[in-house]
Design a protein around this ligand. Structure first.
Ligand SMILES: Cc1cc2nc3c(=O)[nH]c(=O)nc-3n(C[C@H](O)[C@H](O)[C@H](O)COP(=O)(O)OP(=O)(O)OC[C@H]3O[C@@H](n4cnc5c(N)ncnc54)[C@H](O)[C@@H]3O)c2cc1C
Length: 366
């Protein structure tokens, strides 16, 4: 038997690490079990903080995303203060250019720029761009840097981080988790947090499935791009160090862990159509990752049918954006026992059948 902690976080990606850090800050003794840090979507993502450019409908999900975007400046500066490392948080704004054949994607208070304005705003766009929307409050973080900052912060806060340990099963009794079985033997804690992203169904029958995204990067020494471009079929995310990250496909192909010529072709074509200069920049590499998707594209947060198991998964395309608010909501729930009212909208129970079942996780889809 491995040593007991107050809280055992399963999964050491964006959500698991940030939640562990928030718990440790509030005086909780935390262990994180991480099967493979490198497979986390945390590394693969583009790092856009884009509640508005993503075109989310008004409602609980948009509210949660806006709340998290608002937390970013303070959250990242606290992490930098703790570790001495930069996250690359950059409130650069996001521009969503449109072609004549683009379908209108935004309603509400999106700010439209006409043809003249947008080409002044961003030189070298395709001459076929007829206008676009400008979201000055949307931002980005360098998620590869953020990954290193989160690791370093976890170490400085004396969080026990067990890399290479996979949880294989829960041992349960009377709606309590007694212990988890792992590749390194059983592990116990008072409370458990499930933060296993796309792999959540390996442990529980919750409707989280992988949605593959392929990306590539180029390197440039010019500073011609100073804002994110969010176009049809592509987004272009310029980092402050001259690297430009371009994403992403969205494919329902399971855990197909490779780039494909077809995926890269569609991405390259959409990108060069939108921003032709990119065709000549040195290609740096390509990669892929798995977004943890749910049927309604909202995360699953808060209590589970097991009294001492908390869920923090299914963040789909906005998990980097939602990391600070998730960490805070989940840590507060565990430490105070009080659930923020917003958690009700993200409960696993929205996928449960209306008639009660004796099975803790009897879900509508299963
Ligand atoms: C191509 C792409 C682009 C994206 N772009 C953006 C973006 O621009 N903005 C944004 O906000 N979001 C973006 N996302 C989404 C974001 O990356 C994810 O929503 C977020 O990383 C999910 O975090 P997570 O911690 O739940 O999962 P992950 O970061 O995937 O981490 C899960 C971890 O759990 C571990 N694990 C799994 N099972 C077990 C087990 N049984 N035992 C122990 N450990 C386990 C895995 O090894 C992994 O390390 C993108 C994602 C992709 C793939």
């Amino acid at each position: 038997m491995n040593s007991r902690s107050d809280v055992l976080v399963i999964g050491g990606g964006a959500i698991g690490l940030a939640t562990a850090i928030e718990l440790a800050r509030q005086g909780t003794q935390v262990t994180v079990l991480s099967r493979n840090f490198q497979e986390a979507a945390l590394h693969a993502a583009a790092g856009m903080l884009a509640p508005q450019a993503e075109g989310l409908e008004p409602g609980p999900m948009l509210d949660l995303c806006l709340r998290s975007r608002d937390l970013y400046p303070e959250w990242t500066s606290q992490l930098t203060e703790l570790t001495g490392l930069e996250t690359g948080y950059w409130p650069c704004g996001i521009l969503a250019p449109a072609f004549a054949d683009s379908s209108p994607r935004y309603t509400g208070d999106a700010k439209w720029c006409d043809r003249t304005t947008i080409h002044q705003h961003q030189p070298d766009l395709s001459p076929d761009i007829v206008g676009g929307w400008w979201f000055p409050q949307d931002a980005q973080v360098n998620n590869q840097q953020l990954a290193q900052v989160l690791l370093q912060a976890a170490q400085q806060l004396s969080i026990t981080l067990e890399e290479g340990v996979s949880v294989t099963a829960f041992d349960t009794q009377d709606r309590q988790i007694q212990q988890v079985q792992t590749t390194a033997g059983p592990w116990q804690a008072q409370t458990y947090v499930l933060a296993t992203g796309s792999w959540s169904q390996e442990l529980l029958p919750i409707p989280v499935t992988p949605r593959k995204g392929q990306l590539f990067a180029v390197q440039t020494h010019t500073q011609s791009l100073r804002k994110v471009l969010f176009g049809p079929g592509t987004y272009i995310v310029p980092r402050q160090n001259g690297r430009i990250v371009v994403g992403a496909t969205s494919e329902d192909v399971g855990f197909a862990a490779y780039n494909t010529p077809g995926g890269m072709q569609s991405l390259l074509a959409a990108t060069i159509r939108l921003y032709p200069p990119l065709a000549d920049y040195p290609l740096e590499g390509c990669w892929w990752g798995f977004r943890p998707a749910t049927p309604d594209e909202w995360p699953i947060l808060g209590h589970s049918p097991y009294e001492n198991l908390i869920l923090a998964t299914g963040h789909y395309r906005n998990g980097i954006l939602l990391t600070p608010v998730t960490a805070r909501l989940i840590a507060d729930l565990i430490v105070t026992g009080q659930a923020d009212p917003c958690l009700a909208d993200f409960s696993w129970q929205r996928f449960a059948p209306s008639s009660p079942s004796s099975e803790p996780f009897a879900l509508a889809h299963s």
